[in-house]
Write a protein that binds this ligand. Structure first.
Ligand code: GAL
Length: 672
């Protein structure tokens, strides 16, 4: 954690969402006893308790919360206290129908589930402010309080609202951004299809229209919707910092969640936290959760973060809910720690008896804990994490960054493109996969960030780019950096207007080429590429016709209408190099391109390890800890050049081959 967090949570935090209000008080004692047995030292308390905390408007009932806060404190368990605003009580929407959200089709979403509020609703915002004020006043100085947990997974079910209140909020947001209606008309290109506005009152959210609504309007509405929810967070944050100063504040993110620009959100949090529900049936689940972890660390600008939710075993919300294999929960928990987390938490502590999530696994199962293999894994992991104080506060550093901008993602996936098959996250993964396999640690960065600390920057289809960001990327290469960029980058400006002057106008000089035409590939269609050294590969999704203007050709298309034309190019620019990839190469070919870029940039893997073994380093100014994570079902041997101590079990580790069991984990502190 940051110094700020370490004061309150000096150990690796372990625990989960705790909903004691779903249980008779007799169960609470057993809860605290089992928490102690399993090493739980932090719980996220009362995330959906609004209707119990405020059974009628303005009438608060804190007696039960007082009792459980005290019991947890006496039991040595600290509290990440929820503001409980994610599920408004029925009395609120019953009295104020207008606070319920409305879809683009005009359908109002009713209470009876959760997250049924319009983010712009003053009724909702005032009620949330009042509840949080009462909670903060009551618990700010409670000795169990470790941090505040605002809302829950903002935007998870309702990321945008199209009602009249939201429309007014959208107009106010646009007025702030553009000032006058003429600037809005210019920014949205409203001369197309006779959309010119003469008055602000005519401007609406992109509700259901006969065909595509204006893309610039859609993009601004996505920005506005992320900001509208962020305002809800800010309202609570302001109350908490006022009434409960010095207590860290977080809200839980959801990996690569498209609706919210987490770069902006993370700036307002003291600690970033994240929920990850890997699908055990997905053979690439390990790669995907590593990628989410690297994003969380990057959002917090390197500070340790919290794995706030994951599941001990099965979820309940896929069509078929496959269990985690033995050891998988432990392995994936350590993966989060390896990539910078100082907390391993679950949804939830005790499996619910009623409600929509009663078949979702938890730390404490429905049955007798002692006969549940999951409970035994929970206890073992808790005990192990209890011995990892040395890891707390340590950092992960990376020399590679992958560019990831929310507004480019939003714009890229708007309809009416040359192809709708370019998927932002799939493009990120096409790069990340190789770095994960090669144990090259990677950060994520905004294209407008200062990139000078990195040696290698990867730009997977950065479709939308501002002038300033393009200039920064150019300066990065000029000063000696290596860049790899994919097709359909640098196409539009922040208003979703084409950069004119030959594609990709902002990067033509940097890449030493011009893209003359796009040839998107249909479903199942592939192109063949031939690298200069003779290796053959395939590409899918996209191809394009390139006219080099200084770039050398590393691979050419072979056999299609683009036969003999460049597919991968490289351009020396200033002190650095810019590589361009004009299709989506198969994973082996992408690995080939990236391997040479990694070596050109002088970047080294943490360790050369057998396939399936993930290696990440965390360090402090005084110590270096190498995490070894075996994702395979069988034993592996990892060659180690330095001796050390395995922090997981305290054993000495010698130079030479180190044996890891199936889904085995080791943290080797180098030196004795
Ligand atoms: C999360 C949510 C939890 C719980 C969990 C089930 O999205 O924050 O409250 O619903 O999913 O997997």
């Amino acid at each position: 954690m940051s110094e700020f967090m370490l004061e309150r949570l000096p150990h690796m935090a372990y625990g989960g969402d705790y909903n004691p209000d779903q249980w008779p008080e007799e169960v609470w004692e057993e809860d605290v006893r089992l928490m102690q047995e399993s090493g739980v030292n932090l719980v996220s308390l009362g995330i959906f308790s609004w209707s119990r905390l405020e059974p009628q408007q303005g009438r608060f009932d804190f007696a039960w919360l007082d009792r459980i806060m005290d019991m947890l404190h006496e039991g040595g368990v600290r509290v990440d206290l929820a503001t409980a605003t994610a599920s408004p009580p029925p009395w609120l929407s019953h009295a104020h129908l207008e606070m319920l959200p409305v879809t683009a089709d005009g359908v109002r979403l009713w209470h009876g589930a959760r997250q049924h509020y319009c983010p712009s609703s003053p009724v909702y915002r005032d009620a949330a402010r009042s509840l949080v004020g009462a909670l903060a006043a009551r618990y700010a100085n409670h000795p169990a309080l470790a941090m505040w947990h605002v809302g829950n997974e903002f935007g998870c079910h309702v990321a945008a609202c199209y009602c009249d209140v939201s429309a007014a909020g959208f107009r106010a947001w646009l007025q702030e951004r553009y000032g006058d209606i003429e600037s809005l008309n210019r920014a949205w290109g409203t001369d197309f299809w006779s959309q010119r506005y003469s008055d602000w009152d005519e401007v609406l959210p992109p509700r259901r229209t006969p065909t595509w609504p204006n893309p610039s309007q859609q993009l601004d509405f996505m920005r506005f919707s992320s900001d509208a929810l962020l305002e809800c967070y800010d309202i609570e944050h302001a109350v908490l910092t006022d009434k409960s100063p010095g207590v860290p504040v977080t809200t839980n993110f959801m990996r690569f969640f498209k609706p919210l620009d987490y770069w902006k959100w993370a700036e307002r949090e003291d600690v970033v936290s994240d929920d990850v529900y890997q699908d055990p049936a997905d053979p690439e689940a390990g790669m995907r959760s590593a990628m989410a972890s690297d994003l969380m660390r990057s959002l917090g600008r390197g500070r340790p973060w919290i794995r706030m939710e994951q599941t001990t075993n099965r979820v309940n919300w896929r069509d078929v809910n496959v269990p985690k294999a033995p050891g998988q929960m432990r392995l994936w928990s350590y993966q989060a720690v390896a990539r910078g987390a100082d907390a391993v938490m679950f949804f939830q502590w005790r499996q619910s008896r009623a409600g929509a999530e009663k078949f979702h696994s938890a730390m404490v199962p429905h049955g007798r804990p002692e006969s549940s293999p999951t409970w035994h894994e929970v206890v073992k992991l808790g005990r192990e994490l209890g011995g990892l104080d040395a890891v707390c506060g340590s950092r992960v550093t990376a020399e590679v960054a992958i560019l990831h901008d929310w507004d480019s993602w939003w714009a890229l996936e708007l309809p009416s493109k040359p192809s709708i098959r370019i998927n932002h996250v799939a493009q990120l993964e096409s790069y990340y996969r190789h770095l994960f396999d090669a144990n090259v640690t990677t950060d994520f960065a905004r294209s407008s960030d200062d990139l000078s600390a990195y040696r290698l920057v990867l730009a997977p289809s950065v479709y939308l780019i501002s002038d300033e960001a393009a200039a920064k990327l150019t300066a990065f290469v000029e000063a000696g950096g290596t860049l790899v960029m994919s097709f359909f980058s640098g196409i539009v400006d922040p208003f979703e207007h084409i950069w004119l002057g030959g594609y990709p106008a902002p990067f033509r000089r940097l890449l030493g080429l011009e893209v003359v035409d796009w040839l998107p590939l249909s479903d199942g269609e592939q192109v063949v590429l031939r690298f200069n050294e003779g290796a053959m590969a395939r590409g899918d999704v996209w191809s394009e016709q390139i006219a080099p203007a200084g770039a050398e050709v590393l691979a050419r298309f072979s056999g299609s209408s683009l036969d003999g034309q460049p597919a991968v190019t490289s351009h020396r620019f200033g002190q650095g190099r810019a590589i361009y990839v004009a299709t989506r190469p198969d994973p082996a070919a992408m690995a080939r391109v990236l391997k040479s870029a990694v070596s050109e940039a002088g970047v080294k893997p943490v360790l050369e390890a057998p396939a399936g073994v993930e290696v990440v380093r965390r360090s402090t100014p005084r110590s270096s800890m190498v995490f070894l994570l075996n994702h395979r079902d069988g034993h592996v041997e990892v060659p180690l050049s330095d001796p050390g101590v395995n922090l997981v079990d305290g054993s000495e580790v010698h130079r030479g081959l180190f044996r890891l069991g199936p889904r085995g984990v080791a943290i080797i502190r180098e030196g004795w």
